[in-house]
Write a protein that binds this ligand. Sequence first.
Ligand code: NAD
Ligand code: DAU
Length: 339
Amino acid sequence: MKKKKVLVTGGAGFIGGNFVQYMVDKYPQYNIYNLDLLTYAGDLTKHSAIEAKDNYHFIKADIADRMVMIPIFEKEKFDYVVHFAAESHVDRSITDPEIFIRTNVLGTQVLLNAVKQMGVTKFVHVSTDEVYGELDFDPSTFFTEETPIQPNSPYSASKASSDLLVRAYHETYGLPMNITRCSNNYGPYHFPEKLIPLTISRVLNDQKVPVYGDGKNIRDWLHVLDHCVAIDLVLHEGVNGEVYNVGGHNERTNLEVVQTIINALGKSEDLIEFVEDRLGHDKRYAIDPTKLEGLGWRPTYSFETGIAQTIQWYLDNKEWWQQIISGEYQSYFEKQYRL
Ligand code: NAD
Ligand code: DAU
């Protein structure tokens, strides 16, 4: 029987990378295509254990380039598309919003047009809880799928725009799709510009850890592998046209997260440095995952287990994040993969 083809955009990044590895291992009967532009956030060394497998394929391409994307779709005729590729860092969107519009909005639209032209069984758009804006500190309030879209940063506005395009292609052209909106992920291969890997790497280097504002902002943390399982489930079992929130009820203040890491590494909390707040800094995110639980999903990692495993991973894989921090990684990848 012909192997089904799964296109994963952004499969050289943090979550897409974990998802590609999970799918290659779990589904030998599928061909997994990792399509990625290899921006600063993408690297292929993470796939050294799977790159020789015959169900893994890599395509270097820009999702926003229609002249490239249409021929790829015509040639490969994908059965499923899971769309992760994006500019993902809120701080970068505050200093340089334009690339967020190009990649996240135009890139999604180009992809949708290619999918519309060639047809697919399912398009899963990986979005974020940030499209809902912020919650206040009342612990009984959560984002549900019915919460109005009210993004506050250029990043979340670009993701919300892409969500609306996916919805519109479903309503107008009958695109078979799901949108997932997940809370903050953490785990292996998290790029060290984000709070958790930034804290681990800086603490290990005895450098100060910048905590924005008073450190009381709350995020709802989910281990990346629990997110991968959720996306797999939505890809195969999601009701066409539906949105699914993904989160595991692991709310922590930023200060608690940083203190947990410092204490686990046996360092002093004097490393904490309170710095100027992020512009438009969302107070709190918290997900109600009841709808996804209705499909049978449950997270397997508590924050305590997940953060301990993650810290150990960064201790065991210093070479990976040290190359990134030193800036050596771009030329290393170019040499390694002749890109
Ligand atoms: P990431 O920044 O680690 O990876 C993004 C990947 O997309 C990189 O490999 C990059 O090279 C690729 N990419 C960027 N522009 C591209 C383009 N024009 N064409 C092709 N590839 C391109 O991001 P991440 O944290 O893994 O997030 C993945 C997705 O999940 C994003 O859509 C993000 O909005 C969403 N999300 C992230 C989180 C989180 O906590 N990180 C939570 C919820 C949702
Ligand atoms: O909620 C999902 C979102 O989570 C994703 O859509 C984004 O792609 C992802 O980057 C993440 O966004 P955040 O802005 O929540 O993540 P970040 O790691 O950048 O910041 C987490 C919190 O920590 C936030 O309140 C800002 C704060 N922070 C961050 C950094 C980088 C600090 O206090 N100091 C820092 O140096």
